[in-house]
Structure formats: C-alpha cells, structure tokens
Design a protein around this ligand. Structure first.
Ligand code: 5AD
Ligand code: SF4
Length: 476
C-alpha cells in the first residue's frame, strides 16, 4: 500500500479532547499556477445526503471554479467528476456504489476523466478499503476534513497520474477562508457549527464529521452581512445540533443569542436546522416567537416514542420531555409547523414500543416526518447489538408509520385551502416549466401559475387545493 496515503480510522475519529478548536484562516491557498488549470475544462458534482453536504459541495464548487473549471450537469460531459457522499444509512451508500460503478464505463470511454470521491463515506475505513481494492476508477479519495486540500490532491492525481487518498480522522478544525459558489441566488445555507458530540448509538455522524465546534459569531455575522448585501431572502443556520452552538467556545453567547442577532439583520426569512430536544431552551423559544422573520417551522427529531428505546439510542430525553417542548412551542407560536425524524426497527424494538411511536405521531400531528428503517453503521455501539426484529417486520412498521404520517400531512395541507400565504419562489416546478414552485413560511411546497417574473421573490399565493405533500395555488 502507498505510504503517502492518509487513511481514515473510525476509532481515532471517536476521540474527543478539551483542546480548543483551531480556526484556520490561512490554510486554504491555491497556488497561482493552479488558477487556470481548469480553463476549457468542466466539472460535474453530485451531492448525496444532508444540508451539511450540500453546503460542502458549494465550497467544492467554489474551489473548482477558482481553478477555472466550469460546471456541467451531464456526468458524461465532464473532465472532473466529484461525488460528495453520505454515510447515514446503508441504502445511501448503495446508491453511491452504484454511481461509482457507472463512472467505470465513462472512464473506459475517456480515461482522462478525473474521478474524485469525498464526503462522509470516505471517513469510513471499510468503505475506503472497498474502494481501494475494487473500484479502480476512483482517482482521488478525500475526507470531510480535507476539502481545503482539493487543489493539491487534484493536481497530484492529474499530473502524476496516480491515485491519491487523503482522509484525516481529526477531531476537526475550522477553515474560514474557503471560497463558495452558492447553488441558489435567494436562499443560503450558513454553517454555524460543525460536527457532533452527541454520539447517539445508531449514528455515524460524530465519527465522520468530527467534534462539535462552533464558528465565531463575528465570522457568522459577517457572512450574513454579505448575504444581506447580495439581497438573499432566506438564510438557514446549519449544524448537526444547532442548539449546542457556543458551548465549545466557553462563552455565554448561545444559540438563542445568535439567532436573535441574525433575526435583527435585514433578512426576510431565517431558519435553522437541526435542533436536538436536549438543548432546546425556553430562551430559544422566546426568540423564535419574538421575531417575525424567524420562520414558524421547526425540525425537531423525536426518533422514537418509547422511553426505553430513546435511552438505548442515547438520546438523553424522554417522550415527556419532548412533549414539554412541543407544548411550549405550540402555546407561544400557535401557527408553528413541526417536522421530525423517526427510526423504526431499532435493534429489538418490540411491537408495543413501536406502537408508542405511532401514538406520538397521533399526539403531535406533525406537518412532516422523515421516517427511516434502522441501518447498522460500522463501529457504532448499536451495530453490535443483537437484533431480533426481522427485515419484513421493519418494512411493515415503516409502511404503517408512513400511512399515519401522510394522514396528518394532508390534514394540515387541507386546512390551508382558501388561505393566502407568502411564498418564496424557487422557479419553474420540476414537472411543468409554466408552473412555479416555492415554500411557505411553514415550509410547505406550493405550486402556482405565476403572473409576473417572481423567481427569488416573496409573493402572495392563494391556496386553491391540497395534496399530501404539495399545495396548489394562484398568485394574488
Ligand atoms: N439508521 C437509520 N436512520 C438513521 N438516522 C441517523 N442514523 C441512522 C441509522 N443508523 C436518521 C435519524 C437522524 C436522521 C438525519 O437520519 O433519524 O435524525
Ligand atoms: Fe447523529 Fe445524534 Fe448527532 Fe444527530 S445528534 S448527528 S442523530 S449523533
């Protein structure tokens, strides 16, 4: 094996120390001679998984565009192909392996194509070993902590015609000077913190993304000032666990304070995700209620409605504690919409424990639920639990859960028929270029016939009909 390679190590990725996070403002550098490397060349990027990955891809795009590469949207037209991968569940990984397989054909036709794979999957030892031994079409493997090194890795693979692997298993640093090429001109993701220290027993994120580390408020607010100046309409503050913001900085300025500072900026819509019920404070609820531009929509993962399962998952709250937050939110912000995540078929989950999750769906009547079958992840504590729930049983539970979820989503959407709501317009809908789509303040997808050029604007739309996952309306 090549000694130059930096391979991942999940055990060392688990390490957490009290060391202060290093904020790097100078580590990212593109040598002068690299800036024109991509002239007359193209890149294709495909992103899997969560918003953290979407935001990372915007940085990767920023780096490649600084090197003069132009983006294309057809994979077989690209000189450089990048997959930014997700490791959260096995089916996410299988999709990526399928795509890696497809690139083999592209490379057979054009061996000069450079194929780079990065993201959470490359932080897993098992995945990296599998790629190294089986998928020879991959030229560069880079980890979530190595994005700033893309120029050097790309050049090394390009000119030396050699495979390059660089995956650090660090606790993590923060790079403040990375370029960004945003996907959307009116909605922006803003990282406020990276990593996760919660170590829920099923979850691989704390291993793939390093320790919880917050950006300095000055850096966040100056990024937001820049977005305000560029006339962005919506900002989503991002973190695996935004409520823990600031804890690692040893300052009293917490997430509620940060949200308030952002809400005081001239930005029409502020959102944040993801919240963990563990750190959801009354102070935060007050800020959400106080500012009209903090959107009345919260994603608050429940995972299970059974206390025993929550305990084995390492979630650190009970369903009663979850309900307390739920009631406070509904009492202080009556029009608030809520979504959640649910995992079914956690090792040894019984039928009656699952029924308690269904009960919570009935009680909370969520506007939206992301539901998943438990997937064992390499080296996580839950992966070594003996599991007596069959695959068929898990699939059956998922179906029953989804039926329940759909019922409440439709109920909420039907209640909106006849109302006039504000919609931030994304542009033509996926199916029909004459129909535009956008999202309400409560994060509901609306399709409508536009009466004027309104992409990127907030317009009033009267809701005329509702389906489970979409609303139809007319612009007023
Ligand atoms: N299996 C199934 N779902 C998972 N999630 C995280 N890890 C797993 C896993 N191993 C879900 C959780 C989390 C969401 C982002 O993905 O519900 O909130
Ligand atoms: Fe994973 Fe739990 Fe961290 Fe969310 S809070 S990223 S589920 S470990």
């Amino acid at each position: 094996m090549n000694k130059e390679w930096n391979l991942p190590n999940l055990k060392s990725a688990q390490k957490r120390s009290q060391d202060e996070t290093t904020i790097e403002r100078s580590l990212f550098e593109i040598p002068e001679s690299y800036l024109t490397i991509g002239q007359d060349k193209t890149y294709y990027i495909r992103t899997y998984g969560c918003q953290a990955n979407e935001r990372d891809s915007e940085t990767i795009r920023g780096i490649l565009e600084k090197m003069s590469f132009t983006q294309v949207f057809e994979i077989d037209k690209a000189d450089v192909i990048v997959l930014n991968t997700c490791a959260i569940r096995e089916n996410a990984e299988n999709k990526v392996f399928g795509e890696i397989g497809n690139v083999k054909v592209i490379k057979q036709l054009n061996p000069d194509v450079l194929f780079m794979v990065g993201g959470c999957m490359t932080q897993e030892e098992g995945v990296v070993n599998r790629i190294l031994s089986t998928y020879h079409q991959v030229d560069v493997l880079f980890g979530t902590h190595n994005i700033h090194r893309i120029p050097q890795l790309l050049i090394q693979a390009y000119f030396n015609k050699e495979r390059v692997v660089e995956v650090f298993s660090k606790e993590g640093e923060i790079y403040e000077n990375l370029p960004v090429s945003r996907n959307n001109k009116s909605k922006a993701w803003v990282n406020i913190m990276y990593g996760c220290d919660k170590f829920c027993t099923y979850c691989i994120v704390p291993y793939t993304r390093g320790k919880e580390r917050s950006r300095l408020k000055e850096d966040i607010l100056s990024e937001i000032d820049d977005l305000v100046q560029k006339d962005f309409k919506e900002i989503t503050l991002l973190g695996q666990n935004v409520n823990a913001y600031g804890k690692d900085l040893g300052v009293t300025f917490d997430f509620a304070d940060l949200l308030e500072s952002v809400a005081q900026k001239d930005i029409p819509r502020v959102r944040f995700m993801t919240s963990h019920p563990w750190d959801f404070t009354d102070k935060l609820i007050k800020v959400i209620a106080k500012y009209k531009n903090v959107m009345p929509f919260i994603h608050l993962p429940l995972q299970s409605g059974n206390n025993e399962i929550l305990k084995i998952m390492g979630r650190r709250y009970t369903k009663e504690a979850y309900m307390e937050i739920y009631h406070k939110l509904k009492a202080r912000i009556p029009h608030i919409a809520l979504s959640t995540d649910i995992i079914v078929g956690f090792p040894n989950e019984t039928e009656s424990q699952f029924c308690e999750t269904l009960d919570m769906i009935d009680i909370c009547q969520f506007d939206n639920v992301y539901s998943f079958i438990y997937s064992a992840r390499e080296k996580t504590p839950a992966a070594s639990m003996i599991d007596n729930v069959s695959k068929q049983e898990k699939e059956d539970r998922l179906q029953r859960l989804n039926k329940q979820i759909g019922k409440y989503a439709l109920m909420h959407n039907l209640a909106m028929v006849g109302q006039t709501v504000l919609v931030l317009v994304d542009g033509p809908s996926k199916k029909n270029p004459l129909i535009f789509s956008g999202y309400t303040e409560t994060n509901k997808l609306v399709n409508f016939s536009p009466v004027n050029e309104c992409i990127g604007k907030i317009v009033s739309v009267e809701i005329t009909s509702a389906k489970t996952w979409t609303l139809q309306g007319k612009q007023v």
